[in-house]
Design a protein around this ligand. Structure first.
Ligand code: SF4
Length: 487
């Protein structure tokens, strides 16, 4: 097989592959990808962003540099909508940083697309952020009082303002000074002149890993699935509280002070991360499967004829539940993979249509059967309700549902879009009330203990705040979902 670089040269970009965006659950708030030391760094980054598309579908961007000249392209839309051959070709240089974004607040503006690029004292600085700062409102007020002028409404921009204050000491030292001031969740990719930088908050809420290209060069990625795509070898995770700097001198690792207890986001395993990724040291597919197996142990008495997931979110827990319960696993609903962003939203009178165009029941599988649905989570409940109704209309005799995590009762302040309790059905209603709202014969959630045990961590170090309300970093006074935009 020809080397990767040669194959890249003959490839075409932005070929209009539409993402089958069928997800109706919570949205992830961003993906970060960077390459240092490859002549086609931007092209590799394009592919990396493609693999991370599930982490953000509102905008995408790449900044590329050879250490002197800088080129950027950012736009609203999916990766294949944002880039084409001509655009990727113009992003020259052996260093690139890319980002896909889903804004966690209402407005979705091009100026808030990342990487955020500025020029400071003759040095280009670019930043891509995954996470959410919990003290952003106070920090921004303080910085503005000291003369900082902000270009965006993103909390991510605060990090750049903190960084430039110490940049005369070099980017590593500047980040050692700046980052401990930012509280909350941040997995960062940064470009400072000719250095690619990765950094993770001391709690390690969001994933970030390092890889190496076969032809030389380093890769930084939110998830390992993006390394596989460009044939990079996983090296290790960027550690919580670690800053890695990659330039012509190799890789340098620095540690932020003070260290904090690790609180990895367990919801990455349940919903966000791709099943072919390994995050926090464990494979997502296997964890999801074990969650399904645990459901079978916790709910052994359901009498049913078959089990089925709502694809794709419940697939992997569904496999585990099917195997452990002994029920035949069927695909009782088929997903249309070609429903993209351009799908015209139906009017109010046709509102179920929007859900059904994505998932359609197979009557011959469901009719007169007692069905156990395996679902990964219930956030607002409206989509599940429509799907259950569709199963009943297709002739299901009984519909039971098992959920592979406990009820979501508390907001997330670390970069996920259910940041107010009003959006969470389980925060406002009992399990019995949710069951009735969804139109189910029975409803069961995985226990907190079962969920944690399914991860198979020797020493579990998780954030469980959206389930138990114990937020590892409390939001500061003035924190508001509608204050600054998270990423
Ligand atoms: Fe993840 Fe929930 Fe913690 Fe947010 S609150 S970081 S979604 S576990």
């Amino acid at each position: 097989m020809p080397p990767l670089t040669d194959r890249l040269r003959s490839m075409s970009f932005g070929a209009g592959v539409k993402n089958g965006l069928g997800s109706s659950g919570p949205k992830e708030a961003c993906g970060v990808f960077g390459v240092w030391g490859h002549p086609e760094a931007a092209k590799l980054t394009y592919f990396g962003l493609y693999a991370l598309q599930h982490r953000g579908q509102e905008s995408a961007g790449i900044v590329a540099t050879d250490g002197r000249r800088v080129a950027e392209h950012r736009q609203m839309g999916l990766v294949p909508e944002v880039f084409n051959d001509r655009i990727v070709e113009a992003l020259q240089g052996h260093i690139a940083l890319g980002h896909v974004r889903y804004s966690t607040t209402g407005s979705s503006l091009l100026k808030n697309a990342q990487p955020f690029l500025v020029n400071f004292a003759g040095q280009a600085i670019a930043l891509g952020h995954n996470g959410n700062l919990t003290n952003s409102v106070r920090l921004r007020k303080e910085l503005e009082a000291q003369g900082s002028i902000f270009q965006t409404t993103m909390d991510s921009e605060i990090i750049v303002h903190l960084l430039v204050r110490h940049l005369k000491d070099g980017p590593g030292q500047a980040l050692i000074e700046a980052l401990p001031q930012a509280k909350g969740a941040f997995s960062l990719g940064l470009l400072v002149k000719d250095t690619l930088i990765g950094a993770r908050d001391p709690h390690g809420f969001r994933p970030l890993c390092l890889g190496r290209l076969a032809e030389g060069g380093w890769v930084l990625s939110s998830e390992t699935c993006a390394l596989d795509l460009i044939e990079a070898q996983y090296v290790r995770d960027v550690e919580p509280g670690e800053i890695v700097l990659i330039n012509e001198h190799g890789l340098t690792s620095l540690k932020m002070e003070p260290p904090e207890p690790h609180t990895f986001c367990i919801f990455e395993y349940i919903y966000f991360a791709r099943p072919d990724s390994n995050i926090f040291g464990h494979n997502v597919y296997q964890v999801r499967k074990r969650m399904g197996e645990r459901l079978a142990r916790e709910y052994p008495d359901i009498k049913a004829d078959l089990t089925m997931p709502f694809p794709d979110s419940g697939n992997y827990a569904g496999i585990g539940y099917g195997r452990a319960s002994g029920l035949p696993l069927e695909m009782g609903m088929i997903r249309n993979h070609y429903v993209g962003r351009t799908f015209i939203q139906p009017s109010q009178s046709m509102r179920d249509f929007g859900v059904r165009v994505k998932l359609n029941p197979v009557r011959e599988v469901i009719r007169d059967r007692r069905v156990v649905i395996v679902e990964d989570s219930i956030i607002r409940g409206t989509t599940s309700r429509t799907r259950v109704k569709a199963l009943r209309e297709a002739g299901a005799r009984e519909v039971h549902m098992l959920v592979s995590c406990p009820p979501h009762r508390f907001p997330c302040y670390y970069g996920i879009d259910f940041s107010s309790k009003g959006e969470l059905i389980a925060a406002n209603y009992s399990v019995e009330e949710v069951r009735r709202f969804l139109g189910l014969d029975s409803l069961g959630y995985l226990s907190l203990e079962g969920m944690v045990a399914a991860t198979d961590f020797e020493r579990p170090e998780f954030c469980l705040a959206c389930f138990n309300g114990e937020h590892p970093v409390p939001p500061e006074e003035g924190y508001s979902k509608f204050g600054l935009e998270a990423c």
